[in-house]
Design a protein around this ligand. Structure first.
Ligand SMILES: Nc1ncnc2c1ncn2[C@@H]1O[C@H](COP(=O)(O)OP(=O)(O)O)[C@@H](O)[C@H]1O
Ligand SMILES: [Mg+2]
Length: 222
């Protein structure tokens, strides 16, 4: 079975209310392990909604979603958090870093769940920072870093638990084109090492660097 198997996924925000809105209208999607996929589409098309369901951050109303052979349905928040922590790395749209923390403190955050010795955790975080070429900024507060450097720290935090899949919502959206190219090179390198990667993007240059493009419009795949 593939890394991601979705069948007829429907997502309704504010279900049952007067302002109920069907953001996904029957999405079926397969992503194989080792792929690097771009999800493209206009603003409001449903890209983030789809990514949040893939990431087990949000639930769906109809259909079936299997992540790495596990049916993601009717799970408790705690179970979902465990699945995320074990299988997924997430890079959210606004980096979602703790600005007053240093780079390594941010990368250490997902490791607090794992019952591991402090020394082992530091080593693991240092390796993740080295993987994104940010080891020399280890002890710098994140608020003193540039946008591209923050994105590298966010990627280090996402990969520190060695997930099989990395999900990124507009990872280059706030970056200039040179910095964006550096981030894409980094993501490509991770993909070459075997990580499945799913990226939401508006940028066709970014999408063209992926091995497949999935286009979404008005809650449906086109
Ligand atoms: N929490 C929410 N409550 C109600 N409607 C939402 C919510 N989140 C997103 N939407 C709506 O669902 C649609 C898809 O949103 P989104 O997935 O964020 O699109 P995209 O990421 O492609 O811009 C939009 O019309 C948006 O207004
Ligand atoms: Mg979005």
């Amino acid at each position: 079975m593939a890394m991601i198997e979705m069948k007829d996924i429907v997502k309704i925000y504010n279900k049952g209310d007067a302002n109920a809105f069907e953001a996904l209208r029957g999405v079926s999607l397969t992503i194989e392990s080792g792929e690097m996929v771009a999800i493209v589409g206009k603003s409001g098309a449903g890209k983030s909604t789809l990514l949040h369901i893939i990431a087990c951050i949000d639930s769906y109303d109809e259909g079936e979603y299997y992540l790495d052979r596990e049916l993601i349905r009717g799970r408790s928040d705690r179970e979902l958090a465990e699945i995320r922590n074990e299988k997924l790395g997430l890079v959210m749209q606004d980096y979602a870093l703790v600005d007053d923390f240093t780079a390594i403190e941010n990368v250490l955050l997902p490791l607090d769940f794992a019952r591991k010795r402090v020394k082992g955790r530091r080593k693991q975080a240092e390796e993740a920072l080295a993987a994104v070429s940010m080891e020399e900024f280890r002890d710098k507060p994140v608020k003193k870093l540039s946008g591209g450097q923050k994105q590298r720290v966010a990627i280090a935090r996402a990969i520190v638990n060695h997930p099989g899949m990395l999900l990124a919502d507009e990872p280059t959206g706030a970056l200039d084109s040179d910095t964006s190219a550096g981030i894409m090179k980094l993501l490509k390198d991770l993909n070459r090492k075997g990580m499945t990667i799913v990226i939401i993007t508006h940028d066709m240059e970014v999408a063209d660097l992926c091995s497949r493009k999935i286009e979404i419009g008005d809650g449906r795949l086109l």
